[in-house]
Design a protein around this ligand. Structure first.
Ligand SMILES: NC(=O)c1ccc[n+]([C@@H]2O[C@H](COP(=O)([O-])OP(=O)(O)OC[C@H]3O[C@@H](n4cnc5c(N)ncnc54)[C@H](O)[C@@H]3O)[C@@H](O)[C@H]2O)c1
Length: 438
């Protein structure tokens, strides 16, 4: 099939590359000229396992191309995916200006029948708004379909190629349904479930899924905070409850709050959708509140040890990305920690295997923040903070660390070490929901 993907970010580039890998002919469109020229040369602007190799192969075999021109990009398209940003507006609602802007442009550019597929995460009713925006100027038939994306950064290729489910909001029996079913056939033939539903239900499914997952995280974080107060061990509790199949083991890790480009904004957006409909989603509101609190727990632990004036203190920070296996720093808890420490006068020596460049762009060069290599970051520091659960942090050379650090104190926001091991190695160790080691 001839496919166009408009918006070539985390979702768009993975979508385009994977459909090309299945044998389709794909053009990816983006307004960012630097990104497009980088991708044309076979390089990915984001870090995502397997993506680079897959992209290169499909470019070489002429199934994947890139352009900044929407008009050229959609010339022969049978299916046009919109994978555009939907950032939060000030009131928490999803800002649809990118999606509706492109819909407008499609209306005056498209000159043949195509199925337009919304892959962005959008409020209920957006399919209808996209349709209206296109209809204003269009002279040909078209259909609008909702096909929310559930991939996880860090596992994006495998999630896209073998998804738990594919959700398509489309009129049953329509040409668009047939085309979408055909497009996803390589995946459904391999056992992935395809759920056809109406557009509103598809749009709601995406928000409900993310709100539920965020709820699981905030719930476990609250239980972990309570564990600290009553002397229980959050990791034992996690295993104890997670082995109940109705609860499940995944997404139960206590930590420093969820971040990333999806959960924070989607939780706010579904809350706003409810209040716009005169209904309060109380649980979802609390999930956000708990998360805001949780993002600060490491700073609270640090100030309990060092006080509120951190001038003259130096901290190493391992991990900047919002989670492991990505370079994405959007809403990363590490950023909150850096900002907090700098505002209290501390110096921060930060390291991340993939996300340093993005943090440099985000902060510029503020006083007190430097970027170092893995162990170099520990030089003469008063403490180490762990903010991302990269595998390379999990089994470090503790003896070497102690030699380099001024004080052997670790604030672990991801519970990657065993408190007993830390005791054996004579570290002072703070983690989430577990006993302090002093
Ligand atoms: N990142 C994820 O893990 C993930 C997962 C599922 C769903 N989503 C949803 O998918 C959507 C896209 O997210 P993302 O993380 O890929 O965003 P992103 O910011 O990484 O990418 C969006 C791309 O769109 C481009 N763009 C903006 N305006 C454009 C225009 N007029 N024409 C062409 N390109 C334009 C930007 O330059 C950017 O490259 C969002 O709604 C998000 O909520 C994201």
């Amino acid at each position: 099939m001839k496919i166009t993907v408009v918006g070539t970010g985390y979702v768009g580039l993975v979508t385009g590359t994977c459909f090309a890998e299945m044998g389709n002919s794909v053009v990816c469109v983006d307004i960012d000229e630097n990104k497009i020229s980088l991708m044309k040369s076979g390089k990915t602007p984001i870090y995502e396992p397997q993506l680079q190799e897959l992209m290169q192969r499909n470019i070489e075999q002429s199934r994947l191309d890139f352009t900044t021109s929407l008009k050229d990009g959609i010339k022969e398209a049978e299916v046009i995916f919109l994978a555009l940003p939907t950032p939060p507006s000030e009131d928490g609602s999803a800002d649809l200006k990118y999606v509706l802007g492109v819909a407008d442009e499609l209306g005056s550019t498209l000159d043949h029948y195509a199925v337009i597929v919304d892959k962005s995460t959008v409020p209920v009713g957006t399919s209808a708004r996209v349709k209206k925006a296109i209809e204003k100027n269009i002279k040909v038939e078209f259909d609008v379909v909702s096909n929310p994306e559930f991939l996880r950064e860090g596992f994006a290729i495998s999630d896209f190629m073998s998804p738990d489910r594919i959700v398509v909001g489309v009129k049953k029996g329509s040409v668009a349904e047939k085309r979408m079913t055909q497009l996803y056939e390589p995946l459904t033939n391999d056992g992935s479930e395809l759920y056809i539903m109406d557009e509103a239900s598809a749009e709601m499914t995406k928000y409900a899924a993310n709100a539920f997952l965020a709820t699981k995280i905030s719930f476990m974080n609250e239980i972990a905070n309570l564990c600290e107060l009553v002397g229980a061990d959050a990791d034992s509790v996690r295993l104890g409850i997670g082995s109940d199949e109705r609860i499940g083991k995944r997404f139960l890790y206590p930590g420093i709050g969820y971040g990333g480009s999806c959960f924070p904004k989607d939780v706010l957006a579904i809350h706003k959708i409810a209040s716009d409909n005169n209904y309060e989603l109380k649980i979802v509101g609390a999930v956000n509140e708990v998360n805001e609190f949780q993002k600060k727990v490491l700073i609270t632990k640090i100030t309990k040890v060092f006080g509120n004036d951190l001038s003259g203190k130096k901290f190493a920070l391992w991990g900047l990305a919002f989670k492991a296996e990505t370079d994405d720093i959007r809403e990363a808890p590490a950023l909150e920690i850096i900002t907090g420490l700098l505002s209290m006068g501390a110096q921060v020596r930060a390291y991340d295997p993939e996300a340093i460049e993005n943090v440099k762009k985000f902060y510029g060069q503020p006083e007190g923040l430097s970027f170092e290599d893995h162990y170099q970051a520990l030089d003469e520091v008063d403490g180490l903070i762990i903010a991302t659960e990269w595998n390379m942090f999990k089994e470090p050379d503790f003896a070497r660390m102690k030699q380099i650090m001024k004080r052997p104190i670790i604030f672990d926001g991801r519970n990657i070490y065993d408190p007993d091991t830390m005791k054996e190695n004579n570290f002072t160790y703070f983690s989430i929901g577990r006993k302090e080691v002093k």
